[in-house]
Design a protein around this ligand. Sequence first.
Ligand code: FAD
Length: 402
Amino acid sequence: MERPKVVILGAGYGGLVTAIRLQKKMRGRELDVTLVNKHDYHYITTHLHMPAAGTDHHDHARVAIADLIDPRKIHFRKSTVLEIRPEHKEVVLEDGILSYDYLVVGLGSETETFGIPGMREYAMSIKSINSVRFIRQHIEYMFAKSKVYPKRKDYLTFVVGGAGFTGTEFVGELADRVPVLCRTYDVDPADVRIINIEASPSPLPPGLPVDLVEYGMEVMRRKGVQYRLSTVIKACTEEGVVLGSGELIRAGTIIWSGGVRGNALLQEAGFEVQRGRVKVDSCLRSYQYPNVWVTGDCAIVMSPEGTPYPATAQIAVQMGTNAARNILQTVRGKELRPFVYDYKGTVASLGRGEAVGLLKVRKVKGRFAAFLKKCIDTRYLFLIGGLPLVWKKVIFKQKYME
Ligand code: FAD
């Protein structure tokens, strides 16, 4: 008898965890599972702010998929998904067509520019290994360039649009890197400006209590970060950013972290979406196509209060676990288990040795919070690759620091 075909699109937090859970939980060769990803590695998005700022090597933020997947159980295909055809139960890849009985979409998010003119052309985003290598090189290039064109102080102005998770974590790392770059390129630190622009009145990830936000802002200010809160970016140009007031901030570097939307392939495939994300049922399936599970940033999961949960790695991992379980329940003809989000807390890094956050409801800050952040990262590595992966990353980091 033919085995049910499961195709998983994307080896991010949601897709990879789905694959790993299926690998672990399926009996023998119960399913024919294919994992498709455009790279042969999984990148740890929550680390990307460090290689982007240059405080860590990008290899520390990625893991070869071959090290995580058992080829006897999961077939990995390195390819780019071009189209999803849910009515025909098939997916078009750059190098062929895959048919499926059950599909898991974990293709992550895309940058949301809210239609701000010039944002796509002149701003960079922290999205992938390729993008962070580019950002790191660009930052160094601007330091080098500023010495050749000493009148162009704007070459040393770094504007970060958005002060949520990504913006805050990147700004903290960049501020830590600036003294090193100043020494390397003989730049006066007083000439460097890091400006974090945020449309809402408060920076840092939403939901943090006011005293933690104030603590975080104080840490950042001590590192030299300037905040422009309740300030919208109206346009990006070759010269810099234009604010809602009409003011132009000249800047050689613009990083946009102001928002994300679900992968465009879902809307193109005819799924009903809100900001590119698919509203899913209590078991994470599409309402239109019950054989399609949607995980991570591509999905909207409603909280009991009726508001969508924020798109985070934490929820994506839990969704992957639930999707794998429910695929197995489906093929075994058993009742599906609803997804229940277990919020463990939020910890945002503020750079070296500093972080703020909540552990469930307990407030944490400073070195202890930074330590917790490391524990959270290590726990994830353990979840996907066990002790060997944790060890490999520790050794890598030690070698990099030498
Ligand atoms: P992703 O992890 O983005 O994975 C999507 C995968 O799909 C990728 O492997 C990609 O290569 C692949 N893919 C995309 N398109 C195609 C295609 N067409 N064909 C084939 N493959 C494709 N969340 C937290 O909970 N805590 C944090 O501390 C935190 N910090 C963050 C810091 C930064 C700098 C950023 C950018 C995000 C942070 N987040 C954090 C958010 C978190 O990273 C995302 O919510 C999470 O990555 C979503 O997981 P996902 O599985 O939906 O997608």
